[in-house]
Design a protein around this ligand. Structure first.
Ligand SMILES: *[C@@H]1O[C@H](CO)[C@@H](O)[C@H](O)[C@H]1NC(C)=O
Ligand SMILES: *[C@@H]1O[C@H](CO)[C@@H](O)[C@H](O)[C@H]1NC(C)=O
Ligand SMILES: *[C@@H]1O[C@H](CO)[C@@H](O)[C@H](O)[C@H]1NC(C)=O
Ligand SMILES: *[C@@H]1O[C@H](CO)[C@@H](O)[C@H](O)[C@H]1NC(C)=O
Ligand SMILES: *[C@@H]1O[C@H](CO)[C@@H](O)[C@H](O)[C@H]1NC(C)=O
Ligand SMILES: *[C@@H]1O[C@H](CO)[C@@H](O)[C@H](O)[C@H]1NC(C)=O
Ligand SMILES: *[C@@H]1O[C@H](CO)[C@@H](O)[C@H](O)[C@H]1NC(C)=O
Ligand SMILES: *[C@@H]1O[C@H](CO)[C@@H](O)[C@H](O)[C@H]1NC(C)=O
Ligand SMILES: *[C@@H]1O[C@H](CO)[C@@H](O)[C@H](O)[C@H]1NC(C)=O
Ligand SMILES: *[C@@H]1O[C@H](CO)[C@@H](O)[C@H](O)[C@H]1NC(C)=O
Ligand SMILES: *[C@@H]1O[C@H](CO)[C@@H](O)[C@H](O)[C@H]1NC(C)=O
Ligand SMILES: *[C@@H]1O[C@H](CO)[C@@H](O)[C@H](O)[C@H]1NC(C)=O
Length: 597
């Protein structure tokens, strides 16, 4: 173009260019023919049963195709978002969107400006990760997670020196492996690395390699068949690391002292390994919010230095052999919301710390299956944010009053079975909490059936076994939201006509039900577990079981039932266990039921 025209023309041209530029910002650039062709070729080799690439047609600018992003400045294709959406509805109204599968065309190599490639959650089972991905030199983000690729991860990926994110987590059982991780050292700008479930068992140098990438912020190596951890992890140079996940491996021995140098850690997951020994040397992590050492082989005392991890929000030490008392210093971790100590060997050589009430953020505490004795301190009942409390199978004692429980007004999961606690509440008490799970087995509750349970509108799981109740079963129990009932080992009594009236009252057994009705299942009734064993129930077993079609277990052992076995019991198709022993029942067991078994 010549610029020999008037100044007016130049100004006009300038304005036109400005207009053009600003409009191109909203309209987006048009795509290059060669890149459109490369994408068409890529599409041709894919299977796309849900038509996810139906907008990929020649007459449309490829920058407007679904999942394709072009640079506004250059018009080059710079991003491909082709992850398979989960739980969405496709254009044809199908509930499941089918993953892309098939082959991956070499034509992708022509997208030389591609910075972002996400093929996650598709199904490329049977093919390896294409080694030519290593030539997509502009890539900063590569996500092939859960896409079913198989075989060796190509070392050519080591040429992607601009890569910030590499996510190639494999399917279970693992389909991907490496024989060496040396190539990873080429990814000198890598920040986020996820190789979950990739078999790294031959990559014995994995720690040396990741040590050469100081930019790393996140490493996710769960279920990678790792069996060696050494002093290479956490050299002084390696301080950018914030998230380290080595869970579900075969790492053994004591925790490497060098971990201490990872002093910017935010989360550390070493759960499901074989670590043992002490926890010395893991302190000084002032940013750590989540620590998971569960399912290992630690036998040490819980160290009081835990309290130096002041930023912790979640601490999981479950399923080890930690012993000794709960240190009172734990109450100094004031942001703690989630504390798992279950399945250990904790005892109460010192009482349960009286300052536990300082953990005012605590929402979840599981200390079940330990050897704790004594009482829960008064301050404990001030943990008003507790939603989920599991202290079952210890030997705690003492009195729990209605004011205690009323402080825990958002508690919905409460399992305290297997302790010798005593509940002292008035007859008119209505709890402030609505429980979904309430297990008070072995508590002292009786002799009256606790009537306050009627106020529980979403209760699905109720254990009142071994609680000294000597009463009749209130009728509303069988017309509630309950799915799991364990009232065994009490002195529940009442003649069956009574129970049947109870079971029935306005709902179940309105007398003279025809056989046709037996087939009508009450799908809304959720009861699946009923244990009334070891009580003093008597009379005939009511014949109304067709109203509980989901029952899997019925235990009526060791009562005083008489009469014959009701037919409706044999209509329960899901039944795995039926206990009628140690009663005084007579009559035949129907042939079809025996056959059914
Ligand atoms: C291109 O411009 C549009 C409109 O301004 C904007 O929404 C989009 O994010 C831009 N794309 C890129 C890759 O910058
Ligand atoms: C890349 O594009 C060129 C032309 O632009 C073409 O000749 C070549 O076949 C393309 N490569 C692939 C693998 O599609
Ligand atoms: C990779 O894709 C998976 C599945 O779509 C996603 O959950 C994950 O967050 C992605 N990884 C990264 C680092 O973006
Ligand atoms: C992936 O595709 C293979 C072969 O077509 C098929 O057998 C497999 O069930 C698919 N897996 C998933 C998770 O879609
Ligand atoms: C990187 O690319 C060069 C040249 O393209 C090639 O020779 C080399 O094998 C590649 N290296 C890796 C680790 O892929
Ligand atoms: C992992 O790879 C090693 C070495 O190739 C092999 O012996 C092992 O069976 C693999 N493990 C799994 C779970 O695939
Ligand atoms: C750790 O496991 C390896 C085998 O995987 C074994 O040779 C070594 O003795 C174990 N170390 C300890 C401290 O148990
Ligand atoms: C735990 O350690 C004990 C010895 O202290 C050992 O006998 C046992 O095999 C270890 N268990 C695991 C799962 O590593
Ligand atoms: C750990 O912290 C203590 C006190 O805060 C300090 O004296 C010590 O040098 C730190 N250790 C390391 C290895 O950073
Ligand atoms: C539990 O601790 C006691 C001592 O308090 C010890 O004798 C016992 O061996 C420990 N049990 C386990 C499984 O570690
Ligand atoms: C807990 O914190 C208090 C002050 O907040 C401090 O005096 C006490 O020494 C700390 N206890 C432990 C065991 O860290
Ligand atoms: C069962 O009934 C018999 C006779 O009716 C009675 O003597 C016995 O005490 C009852 N047993 C129980 C456990 O209620």
């Amino acid at each position: 173009m010549t610029m020999g025209g008037s100044t007016h023309f130049s100004v006009f041209l300038l304005v036109a260019i400005i207009l053009l530029c600003s409009s191109s910002k909203t309209v987006n650039a048009t795509c290059y023919a060669s890149e459109k062709q490369a994408l068409m070729d890529f599409k041709k080799d894919l299977k796309d049963p849900s038509g996810r690439l139906s907008s990929w047609i020649h007459d449309i600018d490829c920058c407007k195709w679904e999942g394709v992003v072009c640079s506004n400045r250059s018009g080059r294709v710079i991003q491909l978002h082709l992850q398979c959406p989960v739980g969405e509805i496709d254009d044809f109204g199908n509930e499941e969107i089918s993953p892309l599968s098939g082959k991956i065309s070499h034509s992708l190599q022509n997208l030389t400006h591609l910075r972002y490639l996400d093929l996650s959650l598709n199904n490329f089972s049977g093919i390896p990760i294409p080694s030519f991905f290593g030539s997509l030199r502009s890539l900063r983000y590569l996500n092939l997670s859960g896409a079913g690729f198989q075989g060796m991860v190509p070392y050519q990926l080591g040429n992607l020196s601009s890569l910030r994110t590499l996510s190639i987590s494999a399917w279970q059982p693992p389909t991907l492996r490496v024989d060496n991780l040396q190539w990873l050292a080429g990814l000198s700008n890598l920040e986020h690395l996820d190789m979950s479930r990739v078999n790294l068992s031959l990559a014995s140098n994995w720690q040396e390699v990741i040590n050469t990438i100081p930019s790393l912020v996140e490493i996710h190596f769960p279920s990678c068949q790792l069996d060696l951890i050494s002093h290479h992890l956490g050299r002084n140079t390696f301080t950018s690391l914030q998230h380290l996940d080595l869970s579900f491996n075969h790492l053994n021995g004591s925790l490497p002292d060098e971990l201490i140098h990872l002093n910017n850690l935010i989360s550390l997951n070493l759960g499901w390994n074989h670590f043992e020994g002490s926890l010395d040397g893991i302190w000084n992590w002032s940013s750590l919010t989540s620590l998971d050492l569960s399912y290992n082989n630690f036998t040490t005392f819980l160290p009081s230095q835990l309290s130096t991890l002041t930023a912790l929000i979640s601490l999981d030490l479950a399923t080890n052999h930690f012993r000794g008392s709960i240190p009172s210093s734990i109450a100094n971790i004031s942001k703690l919301q989630h504390l798992d100590l279950y399945d250990n060997n904790l005892s109460s050589s010192l009482p349960i710390p009286s300052n536990l009430g300082k953990l005012s953020s605590l929402e979840h505490w599981d200390v079940s299956n330990n050897k704790l004795t004594g009482t829960l301190p008064e301050s404990f009942w001030q943990l008003s944010k507790l939603e989920d409390l599991r202290i079952h199978n210890n030997s705690m004692e003492g009195i729990v009053s209605e004011s205690h429980l009323d402080n825990l007004s958002v508690l919905w999961y409460f399992d305290a079975s297997g302790n010798s606690l005593t509940l002292k509440v008035s007859a008119s008490w209505t709890p402030r909490a609505q429980f979904e799970v309430l297990r008070l087995g072995s508590w002292k509750l009786g002799p009256q059936f606790p009537t306050w349970i009627r106020s529980q509108k979403i209760l699905s799981d109720l254990n009142l076994s071994f609680t000294g109740i000597s009463d009749t079963i209130p009728p509303w129990i069988f017309n509630s939201s309950l799915g799991y009932i364990d009232f065994s080992h009490n002195q529940l009594h009442g003649k069956s006509s009574n129970i049947s009236e109870n079971l029935i009252s306005n709902y179940l057994f309105s007398g003279g039900i025809s056989h046709a009705l037996y087939e009508v299942k009450n799908e809304n009734q959720v009861l699946w577990y009923l244990d009334l064993g070891e009580n003093s129930l008597s009379g005939e077993i009511p014949d109304c079981w067709m109203n509980y079609p989901h029952l899997e277990r019925i235990d009526l052992n060791s009562n005083n039932f008489t009469g014959s076995i009701p037919r409706s019991l044999f209509l329960l198709e899901d039944l795995d266990y039926l206990g009628l022993g140690n009663n005084s029942l007579t009559g035949p067991i129907p042939f079809d039921f025996v056959k059914h078994e």
